[in-house]
Ligand binder design. Structure first.
Ligand code: ADP
Length: 399
């Protein structure tokens, strides 16, 4: 069975074609600059060199057609699909399902109405995801489609974790609450951790640290998310590449007054000019900031300190929330690839049963247990695979 997974942004579209009998990616690619001059696709069939084609793409429908052409071998790359008949279904990553869906669903007209109702909650992301779904519905009307939501895994959070200390009416009127994001990733790495440890996930308390350009931490108890660091939006929680993470909520009003800036400009500062970039003044990319810190630049060092201290505090808080801790998992760009970040986060956590093994911590980008054999809490690196979860859910929902 072959399943196409699509992650659609406003001007870009990532895709992977899976063979679900053996669970491996047959092909993957990226379409960029949709609706902008210079549109292109970079398509890679497994085991072959990438093929890049530049061609005008006025909209997402044109982008989907180009992806199909690439998969069928019409752009110079060898075919990954012999014919469209082979394509069993398409799975889509969708950012926000509000409180409407706690699991993945088959997409139909009723679900699309619900996703449109969630646009006010994710005005930047959901419209692009919806465009991708509608484009596939147009181009492949007979192929079943499934939506997999970033928010779904966190729908198991208890009220005490998702209600803010604000007038309750805002929750009722506007859905103001903690939703959390990266759910597919937190689900995948927590359940994979249980597999690797050979313990049923129902018996484990795990803190999962998804640390990329956007970062979030989750408390996963018995296989269910009971708390997470991102909130109503992905701006909350630990500091990120350009996002501030948790700050005093009075600060946006203070900055707006002090700098005489309208709300939209303050929002831009908190989302695009803060975090690693804002503190270091060097870059939003941790590699550049780590190099700056190695050169002795004090603000780069400070940015790394603020980041790792923030992550450490979440681990401690979530250990308290779960009445103990069995494993800490690091994933995504930083979590998988930055031994110094993992070392600083785990430093001084022996009281909690965390003992990192410096040699094992050297690993990058592959599954490993990086704690000492004597460590009560297992510290693990697990590369995330959101696309595989989307493909599995899509297969399951086909019945
Ligand atoms: P996104 O949230 O956009 O999916 P990624 O998960 O790809 O982001 O993570 C990007 C982050 O990972 C960047 O901050 C980058 O610096 C960091 N990163 C990637 N490789 C390394 C590395 N070898 N050392 C340190 N940081 C790394």
């Amino acid at each position: 069975m072959k399943i196409l997974v699509i992650n659609c942004g406003s001007s870009s579209l990532k895709y992977q074609l899976f063979d679900m009998d053996k669970e491996y990616a047959l092909a993957k690619g990226l379409v960029e600059r949709i609706g902008i001059a210079g549109s292109r696709i970079k398509h890679t069939k497994a085991g072959e060199s990438p093929v890049t084609v530049e061609t005008p793409l006025p909209d997402h429908k044109a982008a989907i057609r180009l992806v199909i052409d690439a998969l069928l071998g019409r752009n110079g790359a060898p075919p990954a699909l012999a014919s469209l008949e082979e394509l069993a279904a398409v799975g889509h990553r969708v950012v926000h399902a509000g409180e409407k869906f706690a699991t993945s669903v088959r997409l139909d007209d009723k679900v699309m109405v619900a996703l449109r109702e969630c646009i006010p909650l994710a005005p930047l992301h959901n419209p692009a995801n919806i465009m991708g779904i509608e484009a596939v519905m147009d181009v492949l009307p007979r192929v079943p489609q499934v939506g997999v939501f970033d928010t779904a895994f966190h729908q198991t959070m208890p009220e005490r974790a998702f209600i803010y200390g604000l007038p309750y009416g805002y929750y009722e009127k506007y859905g103001v609450r903690r939703y959390g994001f990266h759910g597919t990733s937190h689900y995948y790495v927590s359940h994979r951790a249980a597999e690797i440890l050979g313990v049923p996930v129902e018996r484990l308390s795990i803190v999962t640290c998804h640390l990329g350009n956007g970062s979030s931490i989750a408390a996963v108890q018995g296989g269910r998310s009971i708390d997470t660091s991102m909130g109503f939006t992905p701006l909350a929680g630990v500091m990120m590449g350009t996002r501030c993470g948790d700050i005093d909520p009075a600060l946006p009003v203070f900055i707006s007054k002090a700098e005489r800036l309208p709300a939209a400009d303050v929002d831009l500062i908190l989302n695009k000019k803060s975090g690693l970039l804002g503190i270091s003044g060097v870059s939003s990319d941790l590699r550049d900031v780590e190099e700056g810190a190695d050169r002795g630049e004090s603000r780069a060092k400070l940015a790394v300190d603020v980041l790792t201290y923030g992550i450490k505090k979440y681990i401690g808080a979530y250990a308290a929330a779960m009445n103990g801790l069995d494993a800490v998992v690091f994933t995504a760009g930083i979590g998988e690839n930055s031994p110094p970040t993992r070392a600083k986060v785990c430093e001084g956590m022996e009281f909690l049963g965390i003992e990192l093994d410096p040699a094992k911590n050297g690993v990058r980008g592959k599954e490993a247990i990086i704690s000492k054999d004597t460590s009560r809490v297992k510290v693990m690196v697990i590369p995330t695979d959101e696309e595989l979860v989307i493909a599995r859910d899509t297969k399951r929902l086909l019945g």
